[in-house]
Design a binder for this molecule. Structure first.
Ligand SMILES: [Ca+2]
Length: 378
């Protein structure tokens, strides 16, 4: 037993020595010839030290796991499978917990940016299970593998790697320790480095946007991302639609912002099942439900959610999770506080009358009631 302990200890020590000496042999080092032009560019463009970058990339690994993950065919799950993954009782319950724990800051952020708080909660719920699963790939390995060994996306990931190194330099972060998704998305909201540099916000005023640990910074960064992509405060996201005939085809969402006024929809056989005020530009969203097609009229805010991840199923999952969390959170809140009736009765000294809490989830077709509230304090 003692021998075994000694053996383990000496192994640990040996590994530690190797590591600190920078001598730990990498399973699959980068080919310096592939990295050299990038290093030259970082030196020329941004004044990085060539020796520093050579040392850094000497410790970066080409990750087969990353290259395998990116090469898998795009997941084209039908909506009903997608929904079963993201809109679950567990994810809703944890979203309500998140809302309760961070209610004050959530309201402040929502009011400041004019973005619905439930959507902010749902984004972190869908992206990382409220911060529980932020990815275990070393970001520098992921981005380097994709920049240098995945030619079809090399320009994109090379600019992400550039942004990553600028970010770590600006924020004094260690590029070798940050972890994230196989595509280099980082922290609780899963920002890629260019998004971090453009949209991340320091909302807790400690001098740096911390999307890894600071909930105020996380929520404000997501809200800022949405605002910058055109989120319309207090406006709906999507409403269910009834469709007849097949003249609806030109209205279908095709990855672009809505361009057609809602007044043109009825002529194409599309009728929103919930009234939408005015004649905003809209698009038709068709999803694969279990019993056939399911149709929605998507408004600008639906499109804005697709800017976070480019799929109608993604945006619908965020929207429905958001609604479920909101309904439950506000229902719980209404049940927990006395109603106005109760307060008045208490003040005039009537001893006990049953309070009448608001029914949770009733009359919530207007999903942005809460956002209008928040936006008004902007
Ligand atoms: Ca901060």
């Amino acid at each position: 037993m003692r021998n075994l302990v000694a053996l383990v200890l000496s192994l640990v020590l040996a590994l530690a020595l190797c590591w600190t000496a920078g001598g730990l042999a990498l399973a699959d080092p980068l080919d310096p010839k592939l990295v050299e032009p990038f290093i030259a560019q970082m030196v020329d463009r941004h004044g990085f030290s060539r020796a520093g970058l050579e040392t850094l990339f000497g410790q970066v690994e080409r990750s087969e796991r990353v290259l395998a993950a990116i090469s898998k065919p795009a997941e084209a799950k039908p909506w009903h499978s997608y929904r079963r993954i993201f809109v679950t009782p567990e994810r809703i319950r944890l979203g309500v917990d998140f809302w309760k724990r961070h209610g004050d800051i959530l309201e402040r952020v929502a009011a400041h940016y004019g973005v619905a708080p439930e959507v902010l909660v749902a984004i972190v719920g869908v992206e990382t299970y409220y911060g529980a699963n932020t990815g275990d790939y070393r970001v520098v390995d992921a981005l380097s593998s994709l920049a240098f060994y995945f030619p079809s996306r090399a320009p994109f990931f090379t600019s992400e790697l550039e942004a990553f190194l600028l970010m770590t330099r600006d924020q004094k972060l260690d590029p070798l320790t940050l972890r994230g998704s196989y595509a280099g998305a980082m922290g609780i909201p899963q920002f890629i480095p260019t998004s971090y540099r453009r949209y991340a916000v320091d909302f807790d005023a400690d001098g740096r946007p911390d999307i890894w640990r600071s909930v105020p910074d996380v929520l404000a960064s997501v809200a800022n991302y949405f605002k910058e992509h055109g989120w319309e405060a207090g406006q709906p996201v999507a409403v269910p639609a009834r469709v007849t005939g097949d003249a609806y085809q030109p209205l279908l969402y095709a990855g672009k912002a809505p361009e057609i006024g809602l007044d043109a929809f009825s002529k194409a056989g599309v009728v929103p099942e919930t009234p939408v005020a005015g004649q905003p530009k809209a698009m038709l969203v068709a999803l694969d439900a279990e019993g056939g097609k399911e149709f929605w009229v998507g408004l600008m805010n639906f499109y804005v959610i697709t800017r976070y991840s480019h799929s109608a199923s993604y945006a619908m999952a965020v929207f429905q999770l958001a609604q479920a969390i909101r309904d439950q959170a506000l229902g719980d809140q209404a049940a927990a506080v006395p109603t106005i009736d109760q307060i008045v009765i208490d003040q005039i000294g009537v001893s006990h009358v049953a309070s009448r809490p608001k029914e949770p989830g009733v009359g919530n077709n207007n999903s942005n009631e809460w956002a209008i509230d928040g936006g008004a304090r902007h």
